[in-house]
Design a protein around this ligand. Structure first.
Ligand SMILES: Cc1ncc(COP(=O)(O)O)c(C=O)c1O
Ligand SMILES: N[C@@H](CCOP(=O)(O)O)C(=O)O
Length: 487
């Protein structure tokens, strides 16, 4: 596939998926988010892990823990932060105190050959904390070093928002403007965000779906004059640092599920914006022995359809269903562009033609037969799950294995059970905890089963809320930012 490089100590630089070949360092793209040509940043080439390195990393995880493994992986991609500082940032981020156990991402067996990787034991009970906590420390470090401030503009369908706000609370020099789809998140998710009273946190509930909010984030990021004047940064997975942090738990999960590096595993990833599974793609490109990356969607099945047909057909707001796995109610997977860029042999002009031209003109693009034939080499498979599947899976997993799972993880487990193969362990990423989606848990299991929640969140939904409803209008959001950012 020709997209990797050997570990020979070359400087690590980043380029855009849309053809801007300007080589930028990590710290620059950390604060920048989207590339100036509207593309997404990727490393010039993926570092390729040889067998001795993989063996050493297995040992590092077993003897020194997750933070040390994170440092090993991150240091291949970040060479403009001194190694000792980066090591300290990893150690400060990945602690048992924040993630509930020394293992940080323990595996939970479901049945022979099938397990969950627990990614949702951080402060906001979703996998977003795995990367967002690191991002909070990285932003604070880099802004402190430069003596600058940053105004983060984000979009959330339920979990990125609270993870970002919890990670950025009290961080020097950082303000957060978080757009969410008004009325479409669970009561717990809304309360997690809207109950925050911090001055530097602004919750803007947009009249629209997640994709409308994400479109606004991209439009603002593409207004380069505004972006520079108001120092706009991003925390969505369009920011490469988010993805990079997520690469680590694919390695960690692999080491926990296997005894030797000769074994292969597959991962099933409940998917929406394609950030999580794209991190798995990066891990696989680095040489992690992953057989399949299974993309599990809910009824909003744009991605499942793509991997089945080669056509990427985004849906408008009216066609985006409101489901019981609301964080995956996404019809334009912004991160998907990174994978397609790799699939097209890193042809920036073709990627731009598909994403900037065809998609905005017609709302759809279809790969050529030759391009579609390449997908198998990248290990992707896909499946879809519905509300009835979620209820049945939550019930079967609770009654059969005594494990209570959330609605998004249920989408993953349903698809994993369909696609797993004998002899290849299947790891399903647990992307949230059931406490966030109580109504559907009650629908699946009856009113007597309660999802446990941390004592500190017992009264969450009854706390006073601070948020503002706004139209899905880029100019109005920009005006709100002008009104709240001193120049
Ligand atoms: C609980 C949960 N599961 C799955 C997803 C989908 O992940 P991704 O957007 O990285 O595909 C999200 C949102 O991103 C989420 O919050
Ligand atoms: N599901 C996400 C949507 C945003 O995804 P991101 O990974 O790009 O931040 C959410 O819960 O907000």
């Amino acid at each position: 596939m020709g997209l990797s490089r050997e570990l020979v100590g070359l400087p690590m630089k980043y380029i855009s998926t849309r053809g801007d070949a300007t080589r930028r360092g990590f710290s620059e793209i950390l604060l920048e988010g989207l590339a100036p040509d509207g593309g997404l940043y990727l490393p010039e080439a993926y570092p390729r892990i040889d067998a001795p390195t993989l063996a050493r990393w297995r040992e590092v995880q077993a003897t020194q823990g997750y933070a040390a493994l994170a440092f090993e992986i991150l240091s291949l991609y970040i060479d403009d932060i001194p190694a000792e500082d980066l090591r300290a940032l990893c150690a400060r981020t990945y602690t048992a105190e924040v993630y509930g156990s020394d293992a940080i991402v323990p595996l939970k067996p479901l049945e022979p050959g099938l397990c969950l990787e627990s990614l949702s034991n951080g402060p906001t009970l979703a996998f977003k904390d795995m990367a967002m906590q690191l991002l909070g420390h990285l932003f604070e470090y880099e802004l402190g070093r430069r003596g600058e401030t940053l105004n983060i503009l984000g979009a959330t369908s339920g979990d990125t928002g609270s993870a970002a706000e919890y990670a950025m609370r009290g961080k020097r020099g950082v303000r957060v403007f978080m757009l969410s789809p008004h009325g479409r998140m669970s009561p717990f998710q809304q309360a997690q965000m809207f109950s925050l009273q911090d001055e530097n946190i602004h919750n803007l509930a947009v009249e629209g779906v997640f994709d409308d909010a994400q479109d606004i984030v991209k439009a603002v990021s593409n207004d380069l004059a505004f972006k520079r004047q108001y120092r706009i940064g991003t925390v969505n997975s369009i920011n490469w640092a988010r993805l990079l942090a997520q690469v680590v738990y694919y390695f960690a999960g692999y080491f926990l599920a296997t005894k030797s590096n000769d074994e292969q595993v597959s991962f099933t990833v409940p998917s929406g914006n394609f950030g999580n599974v794209c991190a798995g793609h990066v891990a696989r490109m680095m040489g992690l022995p992953v057989k399949h990356l299974v993309v599990a969607t809910n009824e909003n099945n744009v991605l499942e359809e793509f991997f089945r047909t080669g056509s990427y057909r985004v849906r408008g707001s009216a066609e985006t269903f409101e489901t019981s796995s609301p964080s995956m109610d996404i019809s334009k997977a912004s991160n998907f562009e990174r994978f397609v860029y790799d699939l097209l042999g890193r042809d920036g002009a073709r990627t731009k033609a598909l994403f900037a031209d065809a998609l905005s003109r017609e709302g759809v693009f279809t790969l050529s037969a030759e391009e579609f034939a390449q997908i198998g080499a990248y290990g992707f498979q896909s499946g879809r799950s519905t509300h009835a599947d979620r209820l049945a899976t939550i019930k079967a997993t609770y009654e059969g294995q005594g494990v209570l799972i959330d609605t998004h993880t249920a989408d993953g487990v349903k698809v994993a059970r369909e696609l797993r193969e004998p002899g290849v362990p299947m790891i399903v990423l647990e992307t949230a905890l059931p406490a966030k989606f109580e109504a559907t848990i009650a629908e699946a299991l009856g009113p007597d089963v309660h999802a446990p929640r941390p004592a500190a969140l017992a009264d969450l939904e009854s706390r006073p809320k601070r948020f503002q409803v706004m139209p899905a209008d880029t100019a109005r959001i920009q005006q709100y930012i002008r009104d709240h950012v001193p120049l």
